[in-house]
Write a new protein. Structure first.
Ligand code: CDP
Length: 230
């Protein structure tokens, strides 16, 4: 069968990466978490203390973008890829609340998006890829073979993220996580450049009441239906 390009977009913490990883394993495709790359840039801002009046210093960041190299490297112990910032693994650091707090303010920047979209398109050149994010079906791979748009009830999304993060940081609260998801969804859907929106040809999956296995089975069935004869 032809090596497909599969795009998965959706709101914060709606299970996009879980679906993308499960599909990649099932189809033996490459999985790319584009959000990790935006988080990598946000981590660079924190690491280099690029702030003005408590907000990310966008001008200095834009001037330093050429000094930032992001790369994925497969880690056979974890059965998934690590993200490297200028050669250093930052996979754990990018999941921290400090990063989540600023990432969407950085993702609005045209220069940041141009740089990352170019890298993402290069990663997908040969097909056989599943990428998740906010603008994959609309901007990165507008001609993707299959596009999914994943949604879930905002309270359920916050509870899922809380369960995931509380294991690492017991000081976190559900209310703080919900506030961060709401803020990011607002910034991501209202920004001028590449806002999060469902592509016209995307298939919507509301996984509020779907198990991980049911979500995977549903997506696989649709992929098979759509690719008969390809
Ligand atoms: O894991 P979660 O759904 O919370 O977010 P993520 O996929 O790690 O993405 C973090 C942030 O990066 C998002 O809230 C967006 O602001 C930004 N992002 C983006 O603008 N475009 C993408 N293709 C992926 C992420």
């Amino acid at each position: 069968m032809k090596k497909l390009t599969i795009a998965i977009d959706g709101f914060s913490s709606c299970g996009k990466s879980t679906l993308a990883k499960d599909l990649a394993k099932e189809l033996n495709y490459i999985f790319v978490d584009s959000g990790a790359m935006y988080r990598g840039i946000a981590y660079y801002v924190l690491q280099n203390k690029l702030f003005i009046n408590g907000e990310p210093d966008k001008i200095t960041l834009i001037n330093k973008l050429d000094e930032i190299t992001l790369a994925f490297e497969y880690n056979p112990e974890k059965f998934e890829s690590d993200l490297l910032l200028n050669g250093i693994i930052i996979s754990n650091e990018i999941r921290k609340p400090e990063v989540a707090a600023i990432v969407s303010k950085i993702a609005v920047l045209k220069e940041v998006r141009t740089k990352l979209v170019k890298t993402q398109q290069k990663l997908g050149e040969l097909g056989g890829i599943i990428m998740d994010g906010r603008d994959i079906g609309t901007v990165v791979f507008p001609f993707a073979d299959i596009k999914f748009f994943v949604t879930a009830d905002p309270t359920i999304r916050a509870e899922r993220r809380y369960k995931e993060l509380i294991l690492k940081d017991p000081t976190l609260t559900l209310a703080a996580i919900k506030a961060n998801l709401d803020e990011r969804d607002f910034l991501d859907t209202t920004r001028e450049i590449s806002p999060l929106k469902k592509a016209n040809d995307a298939i919507e999956i509301d996984n509020s009441n779907l198990s991980r296995e049911a979500q995977l089975a549903f997506a696989l069935k649709l992929i098979k239906q759509r690719t008969i004869g390809l």
